[in-house]
Write a protein that binds this ligand. Structure first.
Ligand SMILES: [Zn+2]
Length: 560
């Protein structure tokens, strides 16, 4: 027989955690049809000698709900070998939606996920009202597979209007919201998501609608999954990096587990060097919940924010810095140069350390405006201040002033101590995820976590086997969301495959590119060593180049 695609001589890592083996993999009709020594021919052959053939990666935590309207390749995830993404996390999204609610839902994404209102106005097509309509609207012709969680905020707003941001639903409204969720599940949604994080402020500065859902409501929604017997719940609890969950959160997870009898994945386990045992304590404090199916998510890479002093959003918590916002560059420069400002700023962040805390060794120069300053690149402020025999705070501002405030700094916010992070990512209780793909794109890009796990943790640091890392990136997230057809290489499964070079696979450089609707910028991260990406049996990327095909599908929960 002749196959559609034959991958020859690869080292197969099948996603289950089993040891690697040499085999050919044959694909026909979008499925893996044979594995072993294959002598028949195929329409297309790939020589995978010296390469690893793995299931395509499954990213469990993204916010591509809007981006899929303008970016068929769902970048940067697909560049890194991700063949399926789960969207609609954290209770925020753009469906269901009545026409008059579009602006409010877009502002929710601006406030919670750091998207640009201008980009959303230009890019989102709004070709739906109901959630099932959202799932099919123009979703043919995507590069990779899309999994849909139903974010609770738009469901509440759809039924309750603006009062969704003011109060709990009545019994009648609860029944109607639950019916919409049931309809979404039957159309293939993977479950629903919500947040209780107090920093999640929605349209017009009021709480994001899902935060006001009562226990009665959440119980009714969870019982939809119980009744159907499939699906998962995702909850953002806020309070990242502490040793205990925010108040009421353990009870909430316990309640959702009992009512749904389905997995509940929650955010998040993070490591911080100022509280080096917090992640360990959090995991032991929540052990009983984890055993019952309450799965914490963790990141496998440092969370790094990139910024320059023209846009001082990191200094937002400090009153003394408010004079810097939206000012001409000369005025900003004058303020940054003022010794009184510097002292007031030092006093402010020392008193209340927030995201910006004056930990200078964590702030590194990653781009300079004027090429004269090349020698600063890759150095942190502590190093540079020693070189210049100057106070670090003065060094920081003086560098930027000498470079017309164009210097780009990268600051590690969480998970920057490899020793601590190693404990988390090797802990079988956590699910690796948190890429947040599609969100906060003007500040960070964490969508390259699969290549980071493989390149940094497996090849360089040798803390995990290739087999275990692939399992963490494939079958673990696929199982959580009931994607029984994905995440493993086995006969009969969907042919989502990534072929990578174990000698070179790595998360590459991050850079700002200006390709968003309206020409706005976003951070992207390049992938190294990802040779071939195959989605539903079709080659999406051949040696890193898009083949022109768009073989992605809408994923359906419940094993269908
Ligand atoms: Zn999220």
């Amino acid at each position: 027989m002749s196959y559609d695609l034959l991958i020859r001589n690869g080292t197969v890592i099948d996603g289950t955690g089993s040891p690697q083996y040499r085999a050919d993999v044959a694909v026909a009709g979008g499925r893996i049809v044979q594995i072993g020594k294959i002598s028949d021919g195929a329409k297309r052959e790939i020589d995978a000698s010296d390469l690893i053939v793995a299931p395509g990666f499954v990213d469990p935590h993204t916010h591509y709900d809007a981006q899929i309207d303008w970016d068929a390749l769902v970048s940067c995830s697909s560049w890194h070998g991700v063949t399926s993404v789960v969207m609609g996390n954290c209770g925020v999204g753009i469906a269901p939606c009545r026409p008059e609610q579009r602006e409010a839902l877009a502002w929710d994404l601006v406030n919670v996920e750091g998207m640009s209102f201008n980009v959303l106005s230009k890019g989102v097509r709004w070709e739906w009202q109901s959630f099932p309509e959202f799932m099919v609207a123009g979703r043919q012709g995507m590069g990779i597979n899309l999994g849909f969680l139903m974010p609770l905020s738009p469901f509440r707003s759809y039924v309750m209007g603006e009062e969704a941001q003011e109060r709990a639903a009545t019994a009648d409204e609860t029944t109607r919201i639950a019916a919409l969720l049931r309809e979404g599940m039957k159309a293939g949604a993977l479950g629903f998501s919500t947040t209780v994080a107090t920093q999640h402020v929605g349209y017009r500065g009021r709480p994001l609608a899902c935060r006001l859902a009562s226990r009665e409501e959440l119980g009714a929604y969870a019982r939809v999954l119980r009744e159907l017997g499939y699906g998962a719940i995702e909850v953002n609890l806020g309070g990242a990096g502490s040793s205990i969950l925010p108040q009421g959160s353990p009870e909430l997870i316990d309640f959702l587990l009992s009512e749904s009898r389905r997995p509940v994945t929650w955010l998040s386990v993070q490591t911080r060097s100022d509280q080096p045992t917090a992640h360990r304590e959090l995991l032991s404090n929540t052990d009983a919940l984890i055993k019952r199916g309450g799965i914490p998510q963790a990141s496998c890479q440092p969370t790094e924010i990139q910024f320059n002093l023209r846009n001082p959003f990191l200094f937002g918590p400090y009153e003394v810095c408010h004079q810097l916002f939206n000012r001409p560059i000369e005025e900003q420069a004058r303020i940054y140069a003022d010794p009184n400002f510097r002292e007031a700023f030092r006093e402010a962040y020392t008193r209340v350390p927030k995201a910006f805390s004056g930990q200078w060794q964590r702030i590194e120069v990653c781009k300079v405006k004027n090429s004269r300053h090349q020698s600063w690149l890759g150095k942190n402020i502590t190093e540079l201040s020693k070189q210049q025999s100057k106070d670090p705070l003065d060094t920081f501002f003086d560098l930027a002033l000498a470079d017309d405030l164009g210097t780009e700094f990268a600051m590690a916010v969480l998970n920057f101590d490899p020793g601590l992070l190693q404990e988390v990512i090797t802990d079988p209780r956590v699910l690796i995820g948190l890429s947040d793909g599609g969100a906060h794109v003007d500040m960070l890009c964490n969508t390259g976590y699969p290549t980071y796990l493989l390149g940094t943790w497996v090849r360089e640091r040798k803390v995990m086997s290739w087999e275990r890392a692939v399992q963490r990136l494939t079958s673990e997230p696929a199982q959580l969301f009931g994607l029984t057809d994905r995440g493993v290489i086995a006969q009969g499964k969907a042919a989502d495959l990534v072929i990578f070079d174990p000698r070179t696979v790595a998360a590459g450089d991050k850079e700002m590119i200006y390709d968003l609707p309206g020409g706005e910028g976003r951070f992207v991260q390049r992938a190294e060593g990802i040779q071939w990406v195959i989605v539903n049996g079709s080659v999406l990327f051949a040696e890193g180049k898009h083949s022109g095909t768009l073989p992605g599908q809408v994923l359906r929960g419940g094993g269908r």
